[in-house]
Design a binder for this molecule. Structure first.
Ligand SMILES: NC(=O)c1ccc[n+]([C@@H]2O[C@H](COP(=O)([O-])OP(=O)(O)OC[C@H]3O[C@@H](n4cnc5c(N)ncnc54)[C@H](O)[C@@H]3O)[C@@H](O)[C@H]2O)c1
Length: 440
C-alpha cells in the first residue's frame, strides 16, 4: 500500500517505519527541514528503542522515504495519515492549526481518491472539521474527487513505541465509510496475526476513546499520589498499599506507581483538552479537574520535602539530580517533572548537577541559560560534593547503585527518591537518610 505519513515526530516516524517494515511503500512528510535532513542523512532525530535499525533497514530497502515536499506527499499515498502535533493552546484546548493545515494541503493538491486518517490525538468532532476543510478546498478548485476521513488514534508509549506498534493491544478505527474500514483492516492485519484486535466504531467514539484512555491512566497516577501523601502523614507505606491493591485483578498493577507527578507530551495536554471539551459542552469533569490539580501539586512534593529538611533558603547548596526525561527510555522532556524541580531548587539559590542517560542534550537545549545547572558524566560523579541525591526518573541503571560510594561522595547523607526506586532499608543501611514518596 502507498502510505503518506504527515508529521514525522514520535508517532509519525514510528508508525511510518512500522508500516514500511511489513512491506508498505511509505513517504514521511515534515515541515521541519532539520528533522528531514537528519533522516535523509541516515540519522534518527528521536531516541526510541529498536527504531534506528528499523529505519535504516527500510530506507535501504526503498520502502521508507522522507520529504518536505508537500506536492510529492499528497501525490504519494492513497492513505494519508495525519500525525502532526496537537499541543495545548493557552486555554488548554488542543491547538488544531497543524491538523487543519495538513487537511488543507491535501484538499488543495489531491488528484485521486484519498483515505485521510487522523492519527493525532484530536478533540471529538475533528474528523468532521478535516472533512469540511478538504471539501472546501476541492470546492474552491471546482473539482469533485472522492475521499473519506477516518479516526485511528494511536496508543503507543514513548520508550516502547516500536514494540507497542508492532504488537498492539487493539487498533481503534472510527469510520463510517466501508472502503476506509476495509483498507485500514488490511493495513493493520499483519500486526494482529495471532488474534483479531481491530475495533471499529463511529468516528466520535474513536476520538473520545483516546482521551478516555489517557484520562483514566492519569487518574490512576493522581489517585496513588494523593494516597501516598496521606500515607506519609499516617505512617503507612504506599508501596505496600500498592501491592495490596494491585494484586486484585479488578485493579491490576499498571499505572499505580506514586512519584513526582506525570509529565510528557500526552497526559498533561490530553487531560486539559478533554476538560476543555467537556466545559464547552456544558459538562465539566469534576474528577478530571482534581486529577490535574493533584498532579500539579505532586511535582512540588519532592522540593517540599527538601525544604522541610534543609530550610527554605538553599543558597550554596548543591543537589545531584538523577533523571531528566519525563520517563525512562525516552529523551522527551515535555512537561517533565524534573523541570519543575530544577526551577524550584535553582530559584532558591541551589546548584543542580544533573545526569540522564540520554536526555542531557535535550535538557541543554531547554535550559540554555541556566548558570546554576551543570551536567555530570555519570550518575555517581553527579554526587561529588552534593548535599543530597534527588531521583526523578526511574531509569534501570539507577536502581541498584553502590550506596556506600554515594555516601562517601555526598557532603550530607540525604537521598530524596521521587520514584520510590530504592529499598529504604538498603539506603539506610549505608548510613543515608531516605525520603521517598509515601513511605515511612
Ligand atoms: N508521543 C506520543 O507518545 C504519542 C502517543 C499517542 C498519540 N500521540 C499524539 O500524536 C500526535 C503527534 O505527537 P508526536 O509526539 O509525534 O508529536 P511531535 O511533535 O513529535 O511530531 C509532530 C510533527 O509534526 C510536524 N508537523 C507539524 N505540522 C505539519 C504539517 N502541516 N505537515 C507536516 N508535518 C507537520 C512537526 O514538525 C513535528 O515534527 C499528537 O496529537 C499526540 O498527542 C502522541
Amino acid at each position: 500500500m502507498k502510505i503518506t505519513m504527515i508529521g514525522t515526530g514520535y508517532v509519525g516516524l514510528v508508525t511510518g517505519t512500522c508500516f514500511a517494515e511489513i512491506g508498505n511503500d511509505v513517504l514521511c512528510l515534515d515541515v521541519d527541514a532539520r528533522k528531514i535532513a537528519i533522516l535523509n542523512e541516515g540519522g534518527v532525530p528521536i531516541h526510541e528503542p529498536g527504531l534506528e535499525p528499523m529505519v535504516k533497514r527500510n530506507v535501504a530497502a526503498g520502502r521508507l522515504r522522507f520529504t518536505t515536499d508537500v506536492d510529492a506527499s499528497v501525490a504519494h499515498g492513497s492513505v494519508q495519515f495525519i500525525a502532526v502535533g496537537t499541543p495545548p493552546d493557552e486555554d488548554g484546548s488542543a491547538d488544531m492549526r497543524y491538523v487543519i493545515a495538513a487537511a488543507r494541503n491535501i484538499g488543495q493538491r489531491m488528484q485521486s481518491p484519498k483515505i485521510v486518517v487522523d492519527k493525532s490525538t484530536v478533540p471529538v468532532g475533528t474528523a468532521d472539521r478535516v472533512h469540511s476543510t478538504i471539501a472546501a478546498e476541492l470546492g474552491a478548485r471546482g473539482v469533485s474527487i472522492p475521499f473519506s476521513v477516518a479516526s485511528n488514534p494511536e496508543f503507543l508509549k514513548e520508550g516502547a513505541a516500536v514494540e507497542d506498534f508492532m504488537r498492539p493491544d487493539r487498533v481503534v478505527v472510527g469510520a463510517s465509510d466501508e472502503r476506509a474500514i476495509q483498507t485500514l483492516r488490511a493495513l493493520y492485519g499483519p500486526f494482529m496475526r495471532n488474534h483479531e484486535r481491530f475495533l471499529v466504531m463511529d468516528v466520535r467514539s474513536a476520538e473520545l476513546t483516546k482521551y478516555a484512555a489517557n484520562a483514566m491512566l492519569a487518574t490512576r497516577i493522581s489517585f496513588m499520589n494523593e494516597l501516598a501523601n496521606l500515607a506519609d502523614r499516617l505512617g503507612a507505606d504506599i508501596e505496600m498499599v500498592r501491592q495490596g491493591i494491585g494484586s486484585d485483578p479488578r485493579i491490576g498493577y499498571h499505572f499505580l506507581y506514586p512519584g513526582a507527578g506525570y509529565g510528557g507530551s500526552c497526559f498533561p495536554k490530553d487531560v486539559k483538552a478533554l476538560q476543555y471539551t467537556a466545559e464547552q459542552f456544558g459538562h465539566p469533569l469534576t474528577l478530571l479537574n482534581a486529577v490535574e490539580r493533584v498532579n500539579d501539586g505532586q511535582k512540588h512534593v519532592l522540593v517540599d520535602k527538601i525544604v522541610e529538611r534543609l530550610g527554605e533558603d538553599l543558597t550554596g547548596r548543591k543537589f545531584a539530580l538523577w533523571g531528566l526525561a519525563f520517563k525512562p527510555n525516552t529523551d522527551d522532556m515535555r512537561e517533565a517533572p524534573s523541570r519543575v524541580v530544577i526551577d524550584a531548587l535553582t530559584a532558591r539559590g541551589a546548584r543542580v548537577v544533573a545526569y540522564d542517560p540520554i536526555a542531557m542534550d535535550e535538557e541543554r537545549r531547554i535550559f540554555a541559560n541556566a548558570p546554576l545547572l551543570a551536567y555530570a558524566a555519570s550518575p555517581i560523579a553527579a554526587c561529588d560534593g552534593a548535599d543530597a541525591l534527588v531521583v526523578i526518573t526511574e531509569w534501570k541503571e539507577f536502581r541498584s547503585p553502590d550506596f556506600d560510594d554515594i555516601k562517601s561522595r555526598l557532603s550530607m547523607p540525604l537521598v530524596f527518591d521521587g520514584r520510590n526506586v530504592f529499598a529504604p532499608e538498603l539506603v539506610r543501611a549505608a548510613g543515608l537518610e531516605y525520603f521517598g514518596i509515601g513511605r515511612r
